[in-house]
Design a protein around this ligand. Structure first.
Ligand code: MN3
Length: 207
């Protein structure tokens, strides 16, 4: 987020497209990354070229996003949201958080199970396209959701904080395998969370 927008890179996934099988299928991952994510990136780069936005850090762009065109909000959001999404998943999930993050979840939500319930609810009830988030807001964990490609770091976002875990609930993220059954996709997501990376995000956000 400290990189200048004009220097943003479109990166490969940190694992193979089939790494999250059977929970998230390879075809979905490949289309999601090479078509959807790539399109957000390309459109963002085209929109910022030659403007004052190009020299802002991504962080400053998000903090001032309400001043800029909606197309930038949508495409820069899509670019950044997916960067986070890929990195908080793995084919070798530990299944549960540990360390300081586990303690903070228990303290805030009562138990890991209650945390899951609340997160599932945020993801299932987000109408239309959007994201469910676990954020650190003023040092405290919160669950929330946003429409479209909004990110909690944007000044115009419905929820605020530093996102440490995000779930894409756009139909393109699950329709090939789960069709209209978003709750089944949400349930499957718990099998592929990279808790080590989420805990790193938590530690950075609470520093
Ligand atoms: Mn997506």
């Amino acid at each position: 987020m400290n990189t200048k927008v004009k220097n943003a890179k479109f990166e490969d996934l940190p694992y193979a497209y089939d790494a999250l099988e059977p929970h998230i299928d390879a075809r979905t991952m490949e289309i999601h990354h090479t078509k959807h994510h790539k399109a957000y990136y390309d459109k963002m780069m085209a929109a910022i070229e030659g403007t004052e936005m190009a020299d802002l850090t991504m962080n400053d762009l998000f903090k001032n996003i309400s001043k800029f065109p909606t197309g930038v909000r949508n495409n820069a959001g899509g670019y950044v949201n997916h960067n986070l999404f890929w990195r908080i998943m793995t084919g070798k999930s530990s299944g549960k958080p540990s360390g300081k993050l586990a303690e903070a979840i228990d303290k805030k939500f009562g138990s890991f199970g209650k945390f899951q319930e609340e997160f599932n609810n945020a993801a299932a009830t987000r109408f239309g396209s959007g994201w469910a988030w676990l954020v650190v807001n003023n040092g405290d964990l919160e669950i929330c959701s946003t429409p479209n490609q909004d990110n909690p770091l944007m000044d115009a976002s419905e929820c605020s904080g530093i996102p440490i875990l995000g779930l894409d609930v756009w139909e393109h993220a699950y329709y090939l395998k789960y069709q209209n059954k978003r709750p089944d996709y949400i349930k499957a997501f718990w099998n592929v969370i990279d808790w080590e990376n989420v805990e790193n995000n938590f530690n950075e956000a609470t520093n």
